[in-house]
Design a binder for this molecule. Sequence first.
Ligand code: ACO
Length: 347
Amino acid sequence: MTAPSSVPSSTAARSHGAPAVTGARFSRITGTGSYLPPRRLTNHDMVAMLAARGIETSDEWIVERTGIRARHFADDGVNASDLALPAARDALESAGRKPSDVDLIIVATSTPDMVFPSTASILQHKLGVHGCAAFDLQAVCSGFVYALTVADAMVRAGSARCALVVGAEVFSRILDFNDRTTCVLFGDGAGAVVVEASSSPGILAADLHADGRHLGILCTPGTVAGGQVSGTPLLKMDGPAVFKLAVGVLESAARAVLEKAGRTEADLDWLIPHQANIRIMQGTARKLKLPLEKLVATVDEHGNTSAASVPLALDVAVKSGRLRRGDTVMLEGVGGGFTWGAVLFDY
Ligand code: ACO
């Protein structure tokens, strides 16, 4: 039986993607991209915004406790897929690929455009390609590290040859602007990478974890039920509890992924952890005995963009010329779930 023309047959779906690489047993990152919505709010803008609600905060408190100086917020009506699209195009261009080369799209997000379909399907449509596998992955601030691990496994298994992996978030939509302990921390943005089959190793090892016992310390508990939002649809976080857990798991994931790859801390050129708090990031670097010059930090300008934070920081490091081909890079995620993990790769 022939498949209807609007539904791609498996053969048609396989016609997507970059040409096969002879002897490809590995995957590597071949391009990076990112996008920030133009509306930039400094801490002083946040102070004024919260003062209008009778809530006190200060630039000094935010900088000293978090390292954040500014963040970007998407305008009303701009969704995660709208931020993902320019980031994806940027990554494809830097990899020298076209949207039609892509045979797998994974979008890591906790702020999808809709309950369903996936933001990945919406992104695929906006990219003007149809038929390749596309799905969302939800691991909150660890989402990009999880998504990159899945893409690596699928490429190495031969299920995909050219994967687009995106982290895209509009966290401003789920912030409680009456809660100063959370609303000053987050921002919107998107980052993307292209992962391709390769005959030489790029992605070396990954280490992923989750522990649902801690789900209450960081959550947006609302859901859609009976045509209404049931429960609070705004982010809740016990900051000090998250801080304590994050510091420990980022160190253990870093050591685990190095061991899996047969590398040591001395082999690292760059550490790109989830951009939530400069104190957590610098603490992790110190525990790994890495000089702070090897730490990529964009939290000052981006705030915490959840699943977008790591690919955004990666792209900033690449585009600024600091991170070069051949460098060894560790990415680390940590966030709601509680989830955490690390990916090690040679760029
Ligand atoms: N402005 C001024 N004062 C504030 C503000 C603010 N915006 N927010 C809190 N305070 C006050 C508190 O009320 C408290 O006052 P009190 O001592 O009179 O009670 C004081 O500052 C200290 O508050 P703490 O919460 O103990 O401050 P802390 O130093 O722990 O910093 C922070 C809070 C920045 C949230 C920190 O705990 C943190 O970074 N946690 C980890 C966040 C993280 O890593 N998240 C990652 C995952 S995100 C995800 O998955 C979606």
